[in-house]
Design a protein around this ligand. Sequence first.
Ligand SMILES: [Fe+2]
Length: 332
Amino acid sequence: MVLGMPKAKARRLSTRAAIIVLLLLLIMMGHVWTPVGPAPVHAVHVLLRKLFILPIVLAAVWFGLRGAIIALVGCSLFYLPYVWLDWKGNVPENMNQYGEIVTFWITGVLAGAFVGREKAALRDVARTHEGALLALVNALDAREHDTQAHSLRVRSLSLRLGRALGLDSRRLRILSQGALLHDVGKIGIPDHILLKEGPLSSSEWDIMRKHPEFGQEILEAVPFLRQAAEIVATHHEKYDGTGYPRGLAGDQIPLGARIFAVVDVFDALTHERPYHEAVGFCEAKDTIRDSAGTHFDPQIAEAFLALDDSEIERVISENYLVSAQESLNVKR
Ligand SMILES: [Fe+2]
């Protein structure tokens, strides 16, 4: 983390800043070294001057208004002395060049302002989506208590595992949604089954096993959750085909559901449930290891076991709540 910023994001921003600086330098050097003279060469000289707009607009898109202004100041600090030295005493040409700089500033400032507004609007949409997801989790939590903390922990662990497996931001976002809402279909399970303290009868189990499909139906009605519905529908499938509701096996099970399955079992084992005591960290990892190839995709189980222990412990050992920021950071 750099100043509270994830490493990957800091690296991306540094690369973008370097691209902008490099472009500004290349264009400046090209413009100065291309002589003013015969028409074809002069055309290149003028074209290079116009190209200043490229790093300025890139700065606006990548860094918003502040980035655009920094790029504009850098461009102006070079360009104004060049105008004064190279076109000394040529008032009409000076006016022409000043006009060029004004064009850069108007374009850069407008681009930066519009990009800033767009990003703010996207953040609002993301916050609205997050609120809708948490409302669904809360609705289930109101009936079956303690599901909210479990849902938030498995989302956080799923994201860590997904990143370790190299999932791109789109897949991470879907995984995050699916993990958070995996049991939302339990809303459709009657109280006398969902809240029953003793073991379920076989007919009650038949009903309980329908919750992945109930969840899928709920999420498929929401356009931005349609892809997450696939994870919800298959979160109880097992790698060897003995899971439910469809008995899918291996790669037939969506990748997100295979990732989630490992995390879900690990979290369930390490927390007390009505039907079992919490087991220790090492014992839970042994269970994951033993079930690789049967319950779990072996490659995913291996990736989970390779995660940093202190990171996993931090998530499971406290009443860990993922800040809204984490899911918002899973960029579109
Ligand atoms: Fe479930």
